[in-house]
Design a protein around this ligand. Sequence first.
Ligand SMILES: Cc1cc2nc3c(=O)[nH]c(=O)nc-3n(C[C@H](O)[C@H](O)[C@H](O)COP(=O)(O)OP(=O)(O)OC[C@H]3O[C@@H](n4cnc5c(N)ncnc54)[C@H](O)[C@@H]3O)c2cc1C
Length: 450
Amino acid sequence: MINAHVAVIGAGPCGLGCLRELDRLGTHDVVVLEAASGPGGLASSVTDARGFTWDRGGHVVFSHHGEFDRLLADVLGDDLLHHDRSSWVLADGSWVPYPFQNNLHRLDPDTALECLIGLIEAGTSNAGSAARSDFGSWIHATFGPGVARHFMAPYNEKVWATDPSAMSADWIAERVSTTDWRAVLASALSGTDDLAWGPNNRFAFPAEGGTGEIWRRAAEPYRDRIRYDSAVDWVDAGAGELRTVTGDEVAFDHLVSTMPVDLLVQRTIDSPDDVREAAGELVHNTVHVVGVGYEAPLSDDRSWLYFADPTVPFYRATNFAKYSPANVPGSDTRRFSSWMCEVSSSATHTRSSDGLGEEVESALRSTGVVAGRPEVASLHVEEVPYAYPVPTLGRDAALERVLPWLEERRIHSRGRFGTWRYEVGNMDHAVKMGTDVARRIVNGDPEELV
Ligand SMILES: Cc1cc2nc3c(=O)[nH]c(=O)nc-3n(C[C@H](O)[C@H](O)[C@H](O)COP(=O)(O)OP(=O)(O)OC[C@H]3O[C@@H](n4cnc5c(N)ncnc54)[C@H](O)[C@@H]3O)c2cc1C
């Protein structure tokens, strides 16, 4: 039996943020149990047999929290590339800069007019009421039927693999650009693009190794405390013990868990039925990441592209060679380019992954993203079973039944799927949550994101 003051499940951004802060505060009696054979979790990267590097879905580095900024500066220093976002939406055959609703003048005149009239009517009649409704109603009330029909509704249904009317509208804040119809009208009449919205309009990316390089380097100083290939099999909350699939047993005073909280509850042998039932109500989607490496020079200057059309398999395509030349073999972007595409599915929106790589590659060409018929140098398909925690209408009520029960037993469920809150589900939030829970365990300080 290993005795640890703090056991941590997961060496992703949240677990590593926690480990780092515990170390800084002088708590070294810590063990991290990680199911995978390396660190990084959803923010890890892989280099395939042909030498192309891929993330697990399009990651960019931006931050709201000093704790993440400091981690990044410590581990990467200057090994970061900085980009201005160039993000576009393909809608009804037109490329429109993101945010779509701010740049309607790029659409054909009839569609632009339909969107504009809806936006003005929504802006002048629904003020104040939209925020309280479900996400589908919120989209229609906020943007009007045109923007809803041509982009917002089909795009969101595609990303989340969930009907927007089954989702809450409480999480939106800075995740969806709301807009002032007067500014849109001015932009439409002058034909000027509005590109600035959002916290990621400038972003950074590691110079090499993909996003996962951050976490490889962050984990390195603490390798004596991290056990890889050690999935936690069961937890006994009352006894303060857990066991891994490899047979290690750990007794803990505190458990910080960053695994999906529904699975944690399933694996907690003494969790009561009502907590299990609530955890079972939490909804997530799955993303297949399809990386297509081409033997063709990098010629596209755009960062990433959105697709609302349900006949296009992916909702987003990322120009990954543009993020860093090191994402292609030999950093040779005069010879190679790469597109990383994300395809969602869920229990309600199923899709077969058979032939998905070929389907995605063909759609890159049919949408005009890739010109001609360049040679495919690599086709990398990876499933991310838990990708987006879906903010359903019942999510918060379910979490209120699950998290306090765990917390009373000194089990702190944190991070993207530990708290199931997409609105605070990025890397910076995960590091902040990990750091804060460490401070609370050691010093009793209040946490800011829970
Ligand atoms: C498609 C996609 C795009 C994204 N884009 C961005 C972006 O642009 N910018 C950004 O900042 N963030 C982005 N994110 C979010 C980012 O990946 C997460 O914020 C971050 O990885 C969350 O860290 P975490 O530590 O909370 O969880 P995770 O990364 O999920 O880490 C949890 C860890 O727990 C381990 N684990 C699970 N079960 C067990 C078990 N039973 N025993 C032991 N270990 C276990 C897992 O292997 C994993 O390593 C994106 C995510 C996705 C899916």
